[in-house]
Design a protein around this ligand. Sequence first.
Ligand SMILES: NC(=O)C1=CN([C@@H]2O[C@H](COP(=O)(O)OP(=O)(O)OC[C@H]3O[C@@H](n4cnc5c(N)ncnc54)[C@H](OP(=O)(O)O)[C@@H]3O)[C@@H](O)[C@H]2O)C=CC1
Ligand SMILES: O=C(O)[C@H](O)CO
Length: 494
Amino acid sequence: MEKIQNLFINGEWTKPSSEEYLDKYNPTTGELYGKFASASREDVDRSIDSAYDAQKKWERLTSVERSKYLYKLIDLISQDREYLTNILMDEVGKPRVEAEEEVDGVLDQLQYYAEFARKITGDVVEGTKPERIIYQYKVPYGVVLAITPWNFPAAMVARKIGPALISGNTVIIKPSSDTPFVAGWIVEKVRQAGFPPGTVNLITGKGSVIGDYMTSHKKISVITLTGETKTGVQIMKSSSSIMAKLILELGGKAPFIVWKDADLELAARVLMWAKYWNSGQSCIAAERLYVHEDVYDKFINLFIEKTKTLRIGDPRTNDMGPLINSGQLSKVSSFVESAVSEGAKIVFGGGKPQLPDKFSKGFFYMPTILTRVKQNMKIFREEIFGPVIGAMKVSDDFDEVIDLANDSDYGLASYLFTKDISLAMKASREIKFGELYINMPGPEASQGYHTGFRMSGQAGENSKYGVEEYVKVKNVYIDYSKDSTKGEVIPPYT
Ligand SMILES: NC(=O)C1=CN([C@@H]2O[C@H](COP(=O)(O)OP(=O)(O)OC[C@H]3O[C@@H](n4cnc5c(N)ncnc54)[C@H](OP(=O)(O)O)[C@@H]3O)[C@@H](O)[C@H]2O)C=CC1
Ligand SMILES: O=C(O)[C@H](O)CO
């Protein structure tokens, strides 16, 4: 039975004014999965007006009252988590284990933010005279536009609505057109949780069509995006007319460094996660492999042997599913072709896997490992976002390795495997990435600040810093003396 999903505006599911719908295909089978509303500018206006009107009342609730809605939402998602797990497997092609992990992540993040009730505090500082004082409050911005990606479509919704709502903002969610149904399911749980109408709205439709209109709308105060760097750049341009606060979590190009003293078994196991988690479609995926010359051959062979054990196919019963769409499949494939044309060598994978006929239209790509990769090759410069990694042998010069790691337009996550504490501390200081994982896998924790250097974005998400991104510090100066200007000459007001 084909799914049909409408817009969610002012507390109700509603048809798009254009009555137009877009198609969503199942990445595992390539078959039509459902149709979802293509919002018009009129629909966008209605959703933003609704959020704007609702925000005034939402802000006036106490944070404890707001948190109760989040706790109710957590309960409703928990009770029906198997359904969300299934949509994640269907819409994204995520293997079951990863889909369940993402549901855990949704619940953990919503819980983490609900617990901020009564904990977003300000300061009181002394005034310019004994009987003057300055109160510094943290107040919500207003209406938040949350633009979410397809790779973690449920977790990214939670990561944005959680801090926005607990701090008194209202939200319009614009999910990826590759995963509209995951977002829609969460919004239905928001409705069932009884959030006041307009607190959370859902607008679906192509970002390339309605994106600029939404991100330049006068009533939007904050725009939070997880997506491609070029989308972030476009949003910076379109939102400049409204000077919206931007929270941009963009592309990554994580270096994965294996030093000569590394625990190679551990490093190889972590690389299996860092490269093939979500078929490599993660902003913190390992994208550049740097291995010390002394252990290079041994580690590459160890990683190839582990990669051979990956079961690829139906996400319900395998370790790795398909890529999200045909565009991503050709993009990933082109990275391998360009690397080979520049002199790299495929030592494993490098094409579509042999699968039963029913998956022949699925967007599958083999886990692929290349050697003889050079720093200036496209495969080391641009975000692949697939189960492909190039490897480069590095010398015993750790400074050079740090320079190679930092030589990237991106600066989100990075990985280092060494037993040498002085090298680890040196990397902690000199690696210019928002995250450095030492002798361990990711992903980022709800209490960790997920942020990046350079073209990986600005501001950040999660942790107490992530909550602070949704509030503005307001300063109130009070003079409580009987005559605040007694005996005081204040030019030119004498
Ligand atoms: N760092 C990360 O976590 C992520 C990085 N990426 C990178 O982006 C590449 C493409 O993935 P994709 O999902 O298409 O990323 P996009 O950046 O295109 O999409 C992310 C979100 O932005 C929306 N969007 C697109 N264009 C605009 C616009 N002009 N104004 C407002 N919103 C817009 C999309 O809507 P719509 O789907 O309707 O276009 C989607 O909701 C990947 O190959 C990967 O390299 C992708 C996802 C996450
Ligand atoms: O956006 C992503 O890919 C997530 O932050 C990875 O955990």
